[in-house]
Every structure is written in C-alpha cells, then in structure tokens.
Ligand binder design. Structure first.
Ligand code: SAH
Length: 347
C-alpha cells in the first residue's frame, strides 16, 4: 500500500497527472501524506521559493438573492443581519490595505441586486483610479458575459468564482433548482475569454460528496486551467438547511491542496479562512502542503461577524493591521515569507 502511494505521488510529480484510481487512493489514504506533502511543498518551493502572496479581502455586502443550502448568508436565513458598505467605506479599506502592503483587493459579496453593473463599475473604476498599481479582484457570483465585460473595462482584472462541485447531480443537491452547474461553468469560461485571471474551486466534504466527485473536480480544473484554485473544508452554519451535516475533513483538504499543487504547479492556491477555522494551525498546514496565498480580511471590524458563511469564522475581531501581523507570523512558521508585490505570475 505504502509503496503504491509513493508511486502515485511520483507519477503525479513527473506527469502532472494520474489515472482516476490512483487519485481516489491518494485522496482517501492517510498513508499518502508522508509522500504527498513534501512533494507538493517541494514543487511550490521550486516555482515560488518561499514567497506567499497576500490578497486583501473586502466583504462588501452580505445581501444575497441566492439560496445555497450550505451558506449562512443565503436569502432565506432570516436571522442574518444584513449590511452593505458604501463606496467611501470600501475605499477606506483599500487605503488601509495599501498602507499595509496589499496590492490586490478582492471585493467579495453575496449576489446583491442593489449593486447593479453600473454601481459595481463605479466602485471598480474609483479603486482603479486611486490604485493603478494594484490588481482588483471581484467575487460576486454568476453574471451575464456583458456584465463581466463591463467590470473588466472598468478596471477589474481578476475574478473568483468557485465551481463548488463539478458533478451536476451533486451540484443540484447543494443548490436550489434555479442554480445550474452548467451556468456556473459557463461563467468561468466567459471570464477567461474576456481576459480575467480566473479562480475556481470547491468545498471539501460538502454533504453528499464522494471521492469520485472530487476526482471530477480535479478533472474539471485540469481542463479549465485556472490561475487560482481556492478550496476549503465545508463547515456547518447553524441557520442553514445543511446544519445537521458534519464538517469536511482537514486532512482531506490538505491532501487535495497537495494534489492540486502537483497537477497545476503554477497555480495560486490559498490557505483559506475555512482551513484556519477548522484547525488553529490550518493555514500553516495548508502552506506546508503546497498553498502559496493567504487572504486576510480588510473589511471594517464592525461588519466582519455579519459576513457569516459558516459558524465560528476566524479573524472577525481584529483590526486589519493586527490581521496582517498575525498572518506574517503564521507564514513564517510555515517556513515562508509574505511578499507584497502584485504577484502577477502567469505561465
Ligand atoms: N457570492 C459569491 C461569493 C460566495 S462566498 C459567489 O457566489 O461566488 C465564497 C465561497 O465561500 C463560496 O464559493 C463557497 O465555496 C464558500 N462557502 C460558502 N458557505 C460555506 C460553508 N458553509 N462552508 C465552507 N465554505 C463555504
């Protein structure tokens, strides 16, 4: 068995690929870790050295018209206290972030109809005007291609849209009928075509997920070839229909980070907040398993608790500067170093 794992890792390392069967074994087996983690860490080191990129996350609205069964800010969660940031508040977050060394701002939110294309474009262009040397990333869900084009023309250059799960049937068990896997995948290809750097990704251990689904996720990502892949464990939220289901597994998430690093050696892979929530050293472990990005929170402290996708989310009490300092130590503990340049790495 152990020998088998070693061979699978070796093949992934050399060919950047492995038949489904081998992937299933790697994902499911603890015995893989001793080979998988060092191999992935080595590839990250060879390509990126000890550099870890930081992306400042601004959670600018928690209103959402969607009703994803796993998400705490879903439309039907009547207990969620809703908020929206004003443009001046968003710009204030950017200003603070810029002074702390951030050169990428990620605007993430629920799918909030208040933020029409016109409003989004206006926000993006006011950030662009003030910070011509920064990357602007949007993460605001599924939109028509023309909207994506308008944001791009206004100055956005990256877009994060996790595909959540590549399997259509599994997707339909995580989302209401009006949401379609096909449409989300179409969005990712539209974004790429327009010229965005694109981030896809999925939750690990979401309800009803099988190892075969995870293999489909890996195959989808190989075909899409995104610039970034964000994955994190599924975590329960008490006021969602999925509240009875168990959290995803830390170990499985780490294994998938390593597999992704070996399959897509150049990808930007964040050690996510969900990983830091499921274990106090989850992000350090993520970096050691091959991740190379952290995404600290730049939102005003007053709203952080309200952007509650899952229970017990970390980093909701600290000022941005404290967050930055805390992460610096964590990154160092993982044997890496935060770099503050734009990190515009492309193949
Ligand atoms: N509205 C945007 C942003 C969604 S929140 C969009 O549709 O892309 C960002 C990510 O958080 C989601 O893509 C999902 O993968 C993750 N997420 C949401 N609820 C979660 C939960 N309960 N546990 C773990 N991750 C979750």
């Amino acid at each position: 068995m152990e020998n088998n794992m070693k061979q699978h890792v070796q093949q992934l390392l050399e060919k950047r690929d492995l038949p489904d069967e081998g992937l299933v074994q790697l994902i499911e087996s603890e015995q893989a870790d001793a080979f998988l983690f060092p191999a992935a860490n080595g590839v990250r080191r060879r390509i990126y050295g000890d550099a870890v990129y930081i992306r400042g996350l601004i959670e600018f609205t928690n209103y959402c018209k969607n009703n994803c069964y796993y998400c705490g800010i879903r439309r039907d969660n009547g207990k969620a206290v809703r908020y929206r940031l004003r443009t001046e508040e968003i710009l204030e977050c950017c200003k603070e972030g810029y002074a702390l060394g951030y050169r990428t701002f990620v605007l993430q939110g629920g799918e909030d109809p208040y933020f029409t294309d016109e409003r989004i474009c206006r926000i993006v262009s006011s950030i662009r005007e003030r910070y011509p040397d920064c990357a602007i990333t949007l993460s605001i869900g599924e939109k028509p291609k023309d909207s994506y084009r308008a944001y791009f023309q206004a100055g956005a250059n990256r877009y994060l849209l996790r595909h959540e799960t590549a399997n259509e049937i599994h997707y339909s068990r995580l989302h209401p009928a009006e949401m379609l896997s096909k449409n989300r995948k179409r969005c990712l290809y539209d974004l790429k075509e327009i010229g965005y750097q694109v981030g896809a990704g999925f939750m690990v251990g979401s309800p009803f997920q099988t190892t075969e689904h995870l293999v489909e996720d890996l195959r989808f990502l190989q075909a899409l070839s995104p610039d970034m892949v964000g994955i994190g464990p599924y975590l329960r939220h008490q006021d969602t229909p999925f509240c009875p289901y168990e959290n995803g597994s830390l170990e499985r998430t780490l294994r998938l980070i390593s597999i992704l690093r070996l399959m897509l050696p150049h990808a930007l892979i964040p050690a996510t907040t969900a990983l830091g929530t499921i274990h106090p050293e989850g992000r350090e472990m993520g970096l050691k398993a091959g991740a190379n990005v952290v995404m600290p929170n730049l939102s005003p402290v007053s709203v952080r608790k309200l952007y509650s996708l899952y229970d017990d989310k970390i980093c909701t009490g600290e000022e941005s500067a404290q967050c930055r300092g805390c992460l610096e130590k964590r990154v160092e503990r993982a044997g890496c170093r935060i770099v503050t340049d734009i990190g515009n790495v492309r193949r």
